[in-house]
Design a protein. Structure first.
Length: 208
């Protein structure tokens, strides 16, 4: 099976770095500071979508590039891998599954984070957002993955933690499971077609 992992909220708790990044970005743009509970809602959506809430449309592309520049330079490694992810990926790979990462975090940043966690050796590909190639949403990222690899969608599942992951999987035509250790509570997924809910990383051993 092709098992595709989301990054933020599924592989790692990236909140420290993302909160710090938004706060610096807001300071540069003279925007008000926001509490952690509000910033938490910005983890998952494409950066373009979030920044468009605060800026005129014509300013968003430049703002996204600045946001990502700050993140790479200052906050990228303020990121904690959830306990057990490395052992899980080794187990899944050893069982013959093909593993990928698909995230709306920028491509190069995603590669740096995954390499820092020591997970690259388990993966057949890392797919992230690329503003220059018009790859922004989870659907965009997943479509690139399948176009590049030719992987069988009927034998593929995305594991994510937000409604953006569910939307991306549905729009791409693949199954989706939800990691409840991430940033979105279970009640947010009512009336959506979910293959499974995993309360903790260890639950995935039983599922796969």
């Amino acid at each position: 099976m092709n098992i595709i992992f989301d990054l933020d909220g599924t592989i790692s708790d990236s909140s420290e770095g993302i909160f710090a990044n938004f706060r610096e970005f807001f300071r540069i743009y003279n925007l008000p500071d926001l509490p952690d509970e509000t910033l938490k809602k910005f983890i998952g959506p494409p950066t373009e979508e979030t920044l468009s809430k605060f800026l005129e449309p014509e300013k968003v592309p430049e703002a996204v590039r600045l946001y990502r520049k700050i993140y790479k330079e200052k906050n990228i490694l303020k990121n904690r891998m959830f306990d057990g992810i490395d052992s899980l990926m080794k187990y899944l790979k050893d069982k013959g599954h093909t593993l990928y990462v698909a995230t709306t975090k920028e491509q190069k940043s995603s590669e740096i984070i995954i390499e820092n966690f020591g997970l690259t050796k388990y993966l057949s590909g890392i797919y992230g957002a690329d503003i220059d190639k018009n790859i922004h949403t989870k659907t965009d990222v997943l479509n690139k993955l399948f176009n590049d690899t030719g992987a069988n969608k009927d034998d593929s599942i995305l594991i994510g933690d937000t409604l953006y992951d569910v939307d991306g999987a549905e729009e791409t035509g693949i199954k989706v499971g939800v990691a409840l250790w991430g940033f979105c509570p279970k009640e947010k997924f009512k009336n959506r077609k979910i293959e499974f809910f995993a309360e903790k990383v260890e639950d995935l051993y039983k599922i796969f």
